[in-house]
Design a binder for this molecule. Sequence first.
Ligand SMILES: *Cc1c(COP(=O)(O)O)cnc(C)c1O
Length: 395
Amino acid sequence: MNIDQTLAPALAERRSAHLYRARKLLQSPQTPQVIVDGKPYLAFCSNDYLGLANHPDVISALQASAQTFGVGSGASHLVAGHSSEHHALEEELAAFTGRERALLFSTGYMANVGAITALVGQGDAIFEDRLNHASLLDAGLLSGARFQRFLHNDVDNLQNRLDKTDAARKLIVVDGVFSMDGDCAPLPELAALAQKNNAWLMVDDAHGFGCLGKTGAGSAEHFGLTQEQLPILMGTLGKAAGSFGAFIAGSEILIETLIQFARPYIYTTAMPPAVAAATRASLRIIQHEHWRREHLAQLIAHFRKGAAALGLQLMDSFSPIQPIVIGDEAKALLISQKLAERGILIVAIRPPTVPVGSSRLRITFSAQHAIEQVDQLLAVLADVIDAVGREVAHD
Ligand SMILES: *Cc1c(COP(=O)(O)O)cnc(C)c1O
């Protein structure tokens, strides 16, 4: 058998299980009104929660910086690629999150793999919520530490597991806001548990950063957790910040450890300095334009009220992630297709991204959406779910 003959059966299997993934072609900026595969849609599926991905100040910061610094950084941070834009962004991220220092990574995936593999290894133990993001699970497996997953948001289950370990280092890792459910981790309880058990707490705040907290600094600010209580804080810059990249914030010693030992930090080209400059502009908007978070909260409340009135099953989420669990993979796909026929873009999220049998419409909101657009979504959702329900019942 040649390579294609060997690979083809797994693709066929994926297709027949309704789990095949295809990319849509985005032909516009990431805004509520997008052009996809040549057609206009009202979209509810980006992670650009604050509507900054296409903000004029962020765009002009990128343009101005490219004029000054060019495009490519040309080298890794430790060789000759660490520009003054990267450095200034790190200082601003540290100040914003109330940590001693912050370290910029090219992506959130790399930040998670870099931090976790630098901090734990053989002889250590890592405890992850079972709904953690794939990058955290991959990092845990790659680290070589004894890897355990505890029940979602179940502090007692975690304590039981901690009681049974005699590992040298113990690392607890959770999403601050869970990416596919939208609910928050019980961070104050987890921080107390970590302290009591002499374990370290790491939070991936990809979906909290920018959205939660009075000034948008994320889950740590929302719960008032200091660097002492939450020593390893990770955030991404490609979601609410509307840019690209990620960071780890914490103590001086933590950051120096990552610079020395985090391989995905060391062995990769630094992000373009203009991207860091764009992120600096978006940080200023996050900190000063509180109306974005306030408007988002109004959209979310409006949606939840309307969806509950339609009898739709909501999740325990006050974040911009408002999934509607459908269950069956094929049915979730069908609903997503029917929504698209009506001009609404919402992607069906299926296994292995979510557990089997919990396929869902992952609805997300942006500060750029208007209340009227949420009403439009609710009206179409009501029609489509009703129609698909009847269709499935007749099968
Ligand atoms: C998106 C995401 C990441 C990965 O971040 P990238 O910058 O996109 O690589 C990590 N963790 C969580 C929870 C995420 O949602």
